[in-house]
Structure formats: structure tokens, C-alpha cells
Design a protein around this ligand. Structure first.
Ligand code: UT7
Length: 335
């Protein structure tokens, strides 16, 4: 008996209602709408309201994904939660979703992998489904960046890029053997781990305590990024891994109906499209409205592309991501 193919059975997302425009940011730091749009493409992003947290957004996205899939909460037998901005240092967001959705005592995995978190999670879910380990997996990607960013001029290079959101998918066996996840490839290279990182609080060597007052006052608690290195590496790695998954299936870029790239910078995605020789009409971008929502980006984009009629059953769709670690990966699906 051949293993069933895994398929995304439903998608859902949650975007906090509070819109923060580039103009709003100019009131907090020395920046301009023109600089942000020219360098990154971001026009606005969402920030959570005080009563919202990472997992509360994840729960809302999960409910929407289950409704879209026509799956009852009681059918979910595994949770995978991808985030770099969990509500608590520990435990992770997965158990909070288990509790809030009133799910049974099912496993709850929390994974990191930052901007690649959702594609890493898709590969995990695919393997679990094909192995018969679980039947209906809830995969969530959620981020609350706004509480962890330096909103002064010191942090402007990073802060202007990011936004809050959650996205979710229900993954299960496909009833059509032609449809579902065809293949996936994940990679990592820790050589440049500190080039895009949030290193405090942390348990790294030679620290007395995981965070101290000086770390807070000096701003070490905020993320650091070598923007140009990240940019150049993303532009190299994303096309490479798209070609890998296509080659694995004996397919080419010409067979792709839609490329869903991670949304870190519109210029990165334009260069990726150029290098792959794929028409920009086949690349879905929404960074203009939401910024980089990290683990939430891929489900948000998939759902939006589908809603806009850009993805139809039977289409060849590739989701590709690159981020801190560095980690990167691609998932090729027959929708
Ligand atoms: O998923 C991975 C997440 N991250 C990424 O993918 C980020 C990849 N990198 C990038 O997107 C780009 O490198 C950035 C958008 C972050 C920066 O663009 P850049 O063209 O590499 O600019 P830069 O860092 O070289 O800075 C150019 C200038 C600097 O001023 P000087 O030294 O030339 O006087 C910065 O101080 O722009 C200045 N600058 C800003 N000015 C206005 C940096 N941030 C801002 C800002 N507003 N927000």
C-alpha cells in the first residue's frame, strides 16, 4: 500500500486590526515613508492591541483554518506551532492552543526556524501524515514582533520591516492522489547565526544571568541584523531551493502556477523572480500591507492568493522561505 499524500485541507489567518503606517513610524523614529517603501516595499503593518498575544491570534487563525477544512477541533491529533516570538520563554504556544481550543491530550510541538518556520512545519506535517503517525495536523505560524522591537531611531533598520499576524493550516491525507505536497527540501547554515538574531535574553556561554539591566538599557535585548548579508544570502538561497524541489519532480519553473515567497523585502522577491525567470504575475506578494510576519507569512500569502483566485485546484504551487539561522526551504504542492 502506498502512503497517502498530505495536503493542506484548510487555511486561516488572523491580522490584528491596528494598522501602523510608515507615517505613524515617523512619529517614533527618524525615518520616512519614502525610505521604507524604496528599500523594502512595506507601506503599513499590523501591531497587536494590548489584550492580544501570540497564541490568542494563533487560536483565531486555527479556528478559521479548521472551519475552512470542514474539520472539527476533536479531529485534530497534533499541533505544530512555529514562532520566534512566543508568549512565554517556556512553555511554548502549542500547549496554550491545546488548552484554549479544548483539544484532547494530543502532542503539541513548538518549532523555531524563524521566517522558515512554516515551511519547516509543512515538511514535518507531511512526513507525519505519510507515515500514518497523525491524521489531522494543525500547523500554526504566529508572531508578535511589535513588543520586541526597538521603536527608537536606534532600531529603525529592523523595526520598520516587521508586523504581527498569525496563519494556520490543517494538514491531512489527500483523497486525490494527484493533489497535495509533492516534495520539500529544508536547509540550514549556522555560520551566520548571529547575523540576524535576538541574543538576549539567553543562556549563551559567559553570562551570569540570562538578561541584566545593562542588556536592557544598552538595547542588546533587541534583534540585530546584518541587512545586506541577509539580503544577498536570501537572493541566492531562495531560487536554489525552488530549483531543487522542481528538479526532484522532473518539473521546471515554467510548470509553476504560483510562487509564494516569504515576505522579508519586496526587492528580494523581485530579484528571486528575475533569477528564476518567472513572470511577476505568478509571484504573490503582500509585504506592502503586512510587512514581514515571519512564521505567519506563508499561510497568510497562500490564503490571500487563493482568495484572489490566483491558485486553483490542480495548480503547481511552491512556497519558499529564508530567514534567521540561516534556515531556508521550499515545499512543492499540487493544489
Ligand atoms: O527574513 C529575513 C529578514 N530580514 C531581511 O530579509 C532583511 C534583508 N535586508 C534588507 O531588507 C535591507 O538590507 C534593509 C531594508 C534592512 C536595509 O536596506 P539597505 O539598502 O541595505 O540599507 P542600509 O542598511 O545599507 O542603510 C542605508 C542607510 C544608512 O544610512 P547611511 O549610513 O547611508 O547614512 C542607514 O542608517 O539608510 C539608513 N537607514 C534608514 N533611514 C531611514 C536604515 N534604516 C533606516 C530607516 N529610515 N528605517
Amino acid at each position: 500500500m502506498t502512503a497517502p499524500r498530505a495536503r493542506i485541507l484548510g487555511l486561516g489567518s488572523y491580522l490584528p486590526p491596528r494598522v501602523v503606517t510608515n507615517h505613524d513610524l515617523t512619529k517614533m523614529m527618524d525615518t520616512s515613508h519614502e525610505w521604507i517603501v524604496e528599500r523594502s516595499g512595506v507601506e503599513e503593518r499590523r501591531w497587536v492591541d494590548p489584550e492580544e498575544g501570540n497564541h490568542t491570534m494563533g487560536v483565531k487563525a486555527a479556528r478559521a483554518a479548521m472551519a475552512d477544512a470542514g474539520v472539527e477541533p476533536g479531529e485534530i491529533d497534533c499541533i505544530i506551532y512555529a514562532t520566534l516570538s512566543p508568549d512565554y520563554y517556556f512553555p511554548g504556544c502549542g500547549v496554550l492552543v491545546q488548552r484554549d481550543l479544548g483539544l484532547g491530550h494530543i502532542p503539541a510541538y513548538d518549532i523555531r526556524q524563524q521566517c522558515s518556520g512554516f515551511v519547516y512545519g509543512l515538511q514535518m506535517a507531511d512526513a507525519f501524515i505519510r507515515a500514518g503517525q497523525y491524521q489531522k495536523i494543525l500547523l500554526i505560524g504566529g508572531e508578535v514582533h511589535s513588543r520586541g522591537l526597538d521603536k527608537s531611531t536606534r532600531g529603525r533598520t529592523i523595526t520598520v520591516l516587521f508586523g504581527d499576524a498569525a496563519g494556520a493550516a490543517v494538514i491531512g491525507a489527500s483523497d486525490d492522489p494527484a493533489r497535495g505536497i509533492l516534495t520539500s527540501r529544508m536547509h540550514s547554515d549556522g555560520t551566520d547565526a548571529e547575523c540576524l538574531a535576538m541574543q538576549y535574553p539567553g543562556m549563551a556561554p559567559n553570562r551570569d544571568v540570562f538578561v541584566n539591566l545593562d542588556d536592557v538599557e544598552s538595547g542588546r535585548i533587541f534583534p540585530n541584523m546584518d541587512g545586506q548579508k541577509v539580503f544577498k544570502t536570501a537572493v541566492k538561497r531562495m531560487p536554489q531551493v525552488v530549483q531543487e524541489v522542481l528538479a526532484d519532480q522532473g518539473l521546471t519553473v515554467a510548470d509553476l502556477a504560483m510562487l509564494i515567497p516569504h515576505q522579508a523585502n519586496l526587492r528580494i522577491n523581485e530579484m528571486v523572480a528575475k533569477l528564476l525567470h518567472i513572470d511577476e504575475s505568478k509571484v504573490h506578494n503582500n509585504i506592502q500591507k503586512y510587512g514581514n510576519t515571519t512564521a505567519a507569512t506563508i499561510p497568510l500569502c497562500l490564503e490571500e492568493a487563493r482568495a484572489l483566485g490566483k491558485i486553483h485546484p490542480g495548480d503547481l504551487v511552491c512556497a519558499v522561505a529564508f530567514g534567521s539561522g540561516f534556515t531556508w526551504g521550499a515545499v512543492l504542492m499540487r493544489w
